[in-house]
Design a protein around this ligand. Structure first.
Ligand SMILES: C=C(O[C@H]1C=CC=C(C(=O)O)[C@@H]1O)C(=O)O
Length: 427
């Protein structure tokens, strides 16, 4: 669902004021709001709606063109902010296609209204122009949005069996020495007989997966556990994930599974490629870096991942968006070597990933911001149809049937939020 957006921008007038805690942020998004946005984790972050300015970009220049446009928006804006916290003042949210060849391109969008929270401080940002000063909206929590009435979930480009066959081909190519790792993804289409309300999905995702980043940008909705990059006052951090095991729901058994994940040579290898790709891409921008030698196990309600938090001190003034562009695509979503993996993905997946597995997040007027990798998500294709995606890192020791089951586990957050049940009744 891509809106027609103006490429130019008016000179923006931005005002952020401190407000009383308004409670659950998602329930403030008005019903039928134009362009609802969200970036929430553990109750902190922001929601927003309406469009003050926006740009769509395409192709290999999708990041650069967006960055150039943003520098002009920032240069011409008048900002008055009572709050100096991540997400306050002038911000843009964005999402960018995985592949330069995708028609999905990229979008940067300045919401007309933003309500944010950082610990115990809350704020309201309104954005207008000198000719049309921003109005202060009434912030009232709405009733719970109606859940979609889901008719069915269908296989996308490939059936599960065909996808497992493609994974087997990928394993063969890796074993023959053509590449070391490739991340293979698949898609599933969910249709509802009533409109799918993004607020319903956001409420469910943020309540069920509180330690992920719950996002909504230009019809792309999801809850990602992976932070591609955060830039805040000269410090840069990244949470790298790769290597997965499905949870059973039995705590004792899950602890034993977590221990086996931490020892699994197949998963450790898959993880090491992802960490190395992030560390290599960040190091030219940093004067010092901390890359832990071994990963920890991140527990989510549906799966557990091997995780490494990489940190660095920036030695140059590059924005969080430029950093995200230079980190994309990491080996958590593409592979090693990058170009060989990218070509194999194009050959075997038989679909356009769109903005799945691309950077999704926000940046402010100083270039600080947070960009996740758009995982555990769906792209609204019409008011009643959404395309879900899930992918798995493949190395020489991967088994196609285990990867198929891992991809099902990664679809669970969106299928549950849609009310489809764990396996989604695929037909
Ligand atoms: C590509 C996805 O997950 C990545 C992130 C964490 C673990 C992954 C894995 O174990 O394969 C993937 O690299 C996805 O969720 O679609």
């Amino acid at each position: 669902m891509t809106l027609p957006l103006p490429q130019s921008h008016p000179a923006l007038v931005v005002r952020s004021t401190r407000i009383q805690d308004p409670g659950d942020l998602v329930s403030l998004i008005p019903p039928g709001a134009e362009a609802p946005i969200s970036w929430l984790r553990d109750g902190d972050g922001f929601v927003g709606w309406g469009t003050a300015a926006a740009i769509q970009t395409q192709g290999t220049a999708r990041f650069e063109d967006a960055e150039l446009w943003w520098s002009e928006v920032v240069r011409d804006a008048v900002v008055r902010s009572e709050v100096d916290l991540p997400g306050s003042g002038l911000i843009a949210v964005g999402s960018f296609a995985f592949a330069a060849t995708s028609a999905a391109g990229g979008v940067l969008h300045v919401p007309a209204t933003v309500v944010g929270r950082h610990h115990d401080v809350c704020w309201l940002t309104t954005v207008g122009t000198a000719a049309q000063l921003p109005a202060t909206p009434a912030l009232t929590a709405g009733a719970a949005p109606a859940p979609p009435v889901v008719a069915d979930a269908y296989d996308g480009a490939l059936t599960g069996e065909q996808w497992a066959g493609a994974v087997a081909t990928a394993v063969g190519r890796i074993q023959s020495g053509a590449l070391d790792k490739v991340v293979m993804a698949r898609d599933v289409v969910v249709r509802s007989s009533t409109p799918i309300d993004p607020r319903h999905l956001l409420r469910n995702l943020s309540a069920s997966y509180p330690n992920t980043w719950t996002y909504s940008v230009d019809g792309l909705i999801g809850a990602t556990p992976e932070l591609l990059v955060r830039r805040q006052k000269g410090l840069v951090t990244s949470r790298v994930l790769a290597g997965t095991i499905r949870r059973t729901g039995d705590d004792e058994h899950d602890l034993a599974l977590a221990a086996s994940l931490a020892r699994s040579s197949k998963d450790l290898e898959e993880h090491e490629y992802a960490v190395r790709s992030v560390a290599d891409a960040l190091s030219p921008h940093c004067s010092s870096m901390n890359v832990p030698e071994s990963p920890f196990v991140l527990h989510l309600p549906n799966v557990m991942h091997l995780a490494t938090d990489v940190a660095g001190v920036l030695h140059e003034d590059v924005s969080s968006l430029t950093l995200a562009a230079s980190l994309h695509p990491s080996a958590a979503v593409c592979g090693t070597p990058t170009l060989a993996a990218r070509d194999l993905i194009a050959e075997l997946e038989q679909m356009d990933r769109g903005r799945y597995a691309g950077p999704v997040g926000w940046l402010d007027a100083d270039g600080d911001g947070e960009w996740g990798i758009a995982l555990r998500c769906g792209a609204l294709e019409s008011p009643s149809q959404i395309r879900l995606f899930a992918g798995c890192g493949i190395v020489a020791g991967s088994h196609p049937s285990a990867e198929l089951s891992e991809s099902e586990a990664k679809l669970v957050p969106m299928l549950q939020a849609l009310g489809c049940g764990a396996e989604g009744g695929r037909s």
